[in-house]
Design a protein around this ligand. Structure first.
Ligand SMILES: [Zn+2]
Length: 439
């Protein structure tokens, strides 16, 4: 049984104007407290055993939680001695913890399907699982680099070096940890940090750390401004709406000819350039109730023009260009296959008629399953009749844009629901504040 460990040791100096001498986790938000929301979230999962690692005003935290029965949980508070930072508090408490546990920070607002996270951790046999997600400021966030199977290859603390493209995969500060694996980590500083020290050391030891990609809401609420912002996000329904506990609509985006300029097959990052206005348009999607999901055919891999790693670099370029406008895509799915065999340099095992090359529905089927997408409320924005046909087959409404191929490929007879000159206009049609003519 997986335990939940909440790190509640922070003093909350920056929140003092709101909380007085209350510890940060007891800061008020949306009619309850940060900690109360977290206990509500745990109570909604199958997890029932909570340990709270407290420090500053541990007495108030203990009074607030009681034995946890108010939430239908078992809650035990452990007050740390010397402040040892977040990872230090967990390491010191290890003998009192169970074999496997979630770690969450007491000063964040989050809504995550915890059972799904734990299930992914178990399925991948990981020593640690880190929830990673894109955010609107990756340049000053800790980035987690993953291999093609989503195992962690490198932890990158910011500031990041100039001139390199990094994937927008931010360490969200929500972990599932194996006690035995953690116990093997040695030679840490006195106040170790999970990202910088503990996980970096585990990767160096060759332990398997899994990166769990999720679009769910996890935000620090540790300053008055952030606390107010997260309160507004709770009130607007955004926090719950992003959770994988509920289905949400998506805006599916074709890549070439919609996001980036159509220049034929792209096999090098430097050949990828966004159309004007694309970053701002994607940022609008990010602020809406829609998930943003790129769906793209990339036969460059089957053709041998680039590799899976090379395509990841191209997509790191895409992430970097979008991030300059504080925009991101929640997920990107691509088909690496191609049906026609017999070309020099090709990867013959990828040359077959697959179920994911658009307009086949495999990529959208997978996205719908993994991201809890309500297809009936979703849209696809594309520049070819292949995209329009894919939308028709999956029951998603479509908008054909005038950029890229502008629908002139003539492959399928399917008609789009709407037409728009470019991505920004298409997003406006969906989100509805500017009316543009259809047809
Ligand atoms: Zn495919």
């Amino acid at each position: 049984m997986t335990q939940v460990v909440i790190l509640a040791g922070g003093m909350g100096t920056r929140l003092r104007e709101i909380t007085g001498d209350l510890p940060k986790p007891l800061a008020p938000v949306a009619g309850t407290t940060l900690l109360g929301r977290q206990l509500d979230l745990v109570a909604a999962s199958s997890l029932k055993d909570v340990v709270i690692l407290s420090g500053y005003r541990a007495d108030l935290i203990a009074d607030y939680c009681g034995d946890g029965s108010r939430w239908g949980l078992t809650v035990r508070c452990i007050a740390e001695g010397e402040p040892r930072g977040t990872a230090g508090a967990v390491l010191d408490a290890l003998p009192q913890l169970q074999d496997s546990f979630i770690v969450m920070y007491g000063d964040v607002v989050l809504d995550v399907d915890l059972d799904r996270l734990v299930e992914a951790h178990r399925r991948h046999g990981a020593a640690a699982t880190l929830l990673v997600h894109p955010n609107d400021h990756p340049f000053d966030s800790d980035i987690v680099e993953l291999d093609a199977d989503n195992y962690v290859t490198r932890m990158r603390g910011y500031p990041h070096p100039e001139g390199i493209d990094l994937p927008n995969l931010v360490n969200a500060g929500l972990y599932v940890l194996e006690r035995a694996a953690l116990a093997q980590v040695a030679d840490l500083p006195a106040k170790p940090d999970f990202g910088k020290h503990v996980f970096a050391a585990m990767v160096a030891q060759g332990q398997r750390l899994y990166g769990y990609r999720s679009p769910e809401y996890i935000k620090d609420a540790g300053t008055p401004e952030r606390l107010a912002k997260t309160g507004r996000d709770i009130a607007s329904g955004k926090v719950a709406g992003l959770s994988l506990r509920t289905r949400a609509p998506a805006i599916f985006l074709d890549r070439d000819g919609v996001l980036n300029q159509e220049v034929g097959l792209i096999s090098r990052p430097q050949d990828l350039a966004l159309y004007p206005g694309v970053g701002a348009a994607v940022a609008r999607i990010n602020r809406s109730a829609y998930r943003s999901v790129v769906i793209t055919n990339q036969p460059v891999i089957a053709r041998g023009d680039t590799t899976v790693e090379g395509l990841a670099q191209i997509h790191a370029r895409l992430d970097t260009l979008l991030a300059r406008d504080h925009a991101y895509v929640d997920a990107l799915y691509y088909c690496p296959h191609h049906p026609d065999k017999g070309f020099p340099g090709e990867v013959s095992e990828l040359k077959f008629v697959c179920e994911c090359r658009k307009p086949a529905t495999g990529l959208i089927d997978r996205a719908a399953e993994e991201l809890q997408i309500d297809l009936g409320r979703s849209w696809l924005i594309g520049d070819t009749t292949i995209d329009v046909e894919l939308a028709r087959r999956t029951g998603v409404r479509s908008i054909l844009v005038g950029t890229g191929h502008a629908g002139k490929d003539g492959r399928f007879a399917a008609e789009p629901d709407l037409r728009a000159p470019d991505l920004a206009a298409a997003v406006s049609l969906i989100l509805g504040d500017e009316v543009a003519p259809a047809g």
